[in-house]
Design a protein around this ligand. Structure first.
Ligand SMILES: *[C@@H]1O[C@H](CO)[C@@H](O)[C@H](O)[C@H]1NC(C)=O
Ligand SMILES: *[C@@H]1O[C@H](CO)[C@@H](O)[C@H](O)[C@H]1NC(C)=O
Ligand SMILES: *[C@@H]1O[C@H](CO)[C@@H](O)[C@H](O)[C@H]1NC(C)=O
Length: 294
């Protein structure tokens, strides 16, 4: 519907206040290269028709092509979802606890700070509500990958990491976040990077990951039981990766260990290809987030 309005001597034609057909829901995402799309929070923001904002879809993903959050935002989504993806390649939870591969890497803490500083998102006059916003965190891959071989009690260090992780989750909660999706650490002990080492090295990383994931699930359920109004979902990425790696040909991949080839699961020695990311994104959308608006 159009209406005409007389302004400064001329008629201008206005779209009338037809109720908007599309009320978006929101997704604020934090993580590392497994999630990164290269989003710059000061650039073009997500809108209808461009639901992840900058850079152009699918963004700068670790091995090229859509990754899980691209897929879950645009294909296995249950509504129009606008995704602000603060994930940054190489991220650890806290660079003081585990040094990232480069000092310029934005840790989970830095990403949360970006979110907090973003106008209309982390600060006043929010475009979202507690009900229509999902907060996801997929972190820990680099924290464990960059520290599992160090001396000291690794399981105790996982508690330190998770203390920091959930302090940052608490900051999100304080802004009104109530819906949290946590993704656990996939079996990077089965990545070509780690397969290049002895079985004992792989076993060491695997046991760190298992302990971290067990404790992550406990933290998530504690968050829900101690914070009124909080709902949590966990995507068990570890099980999801193992399912594909245990039976790669059933999913169209050549094998579980090669990388860089057209039909390999691994796009490089640490990251799955887009075809694998799409499988995981669809599981998140179709299964983990089934019966939600996202
Ligand atoms: C999940 O969602 C995607 C996108 O809508 C769809 O293509 C796919 O068939 C669905 N099911 C599974 C099992 O992935
Ligand atoms: C999923 O997202 C796409 C891209 O924004 C949108 O075109 C589509 O309508 C959404 N699906 C549903 C079920 O709303
Ligand atoms: C990171 O860890 C250091 C050392 O434990 C701590 O002082 C700092 O507050 C942490 N940063 C964040 C954002 O949690």
């Amino acid at each position: 519907m159009l209406s005409r309005l007389f302004v400064s001597g001329v008629f201008v034609t206005l779209a009338s206040a037809v109720p908007s057909a599309i009320a978006p829901n929101y997704w604020f995402s934090f993580g590392d290269s497994y999630t990164q799309t290269g989003f710059d929070p000061t650039g073009v923001l997500p809108t209808v028709g461009n639901p992840l904002g900058n850079p152009a879809y699918p963004g700068w993903t670790a091995t090229g092509g859509a990754n899980w959050i691209d897929q879950a935002t645009t294909a296995s989504n249950h509504s129009l979802v606008l995704t602000y993806n603060y994930a940054y390649g190489g991220a650890t939870i806290n660079a003081s606890l585990v040094t990232p591969y480069e000092p310029t890497v934005l840790s989970l803490g830095d990403q949360v700070d970006q979110y907090l500083a973003q106008p209309n998102v982390g600060s006043d006059n929010k475009i979202w509500t507690s009900d229509n916003a999902l907060f996801s965190v997929w972190i820990g891959i680099n924290d464990l990958g960059n520290s599992y071989y160090e001396s000291g009690d690794r399981d105790a260090f996982n508690d330190v990491l998770l203390d920091n992780y959930f302090e940052l989750v608490e900051k999100l909660f304080d802004t009104g976040a109530r819906n949290f999706l946590f993704l656990n650490v996939p079996p990077t002990d089965r990545s070509p990077l780690i397969l290049a080492y002895d079985a004992s090295v792989q076993a060491l990383l695997k046991s760190c990951i298992t302990d971290f994931n067990t404790k992550l699930a406990q933290r998530a359920s504690a968050l829900a039981s101690t914070h009124s109004g909080v709902k949590t979902w966990i995507y068990d990425a570890n099980t999801a990766f193992n399912k594909v790696l245990d039976n790669p040909t059933a999913y169209g991949f050549s094998d579980a260990t090669s990388y860089g080839g057209e039909t390999d699961f691994w796009g490089n020695n640490l990251h799955p290809v887009s075809a694998a990311q799409v499988i995981f994104g669809n599981e998140v959308g179709n299964t983990t987030l089934a019966n939600t608006v996202w």
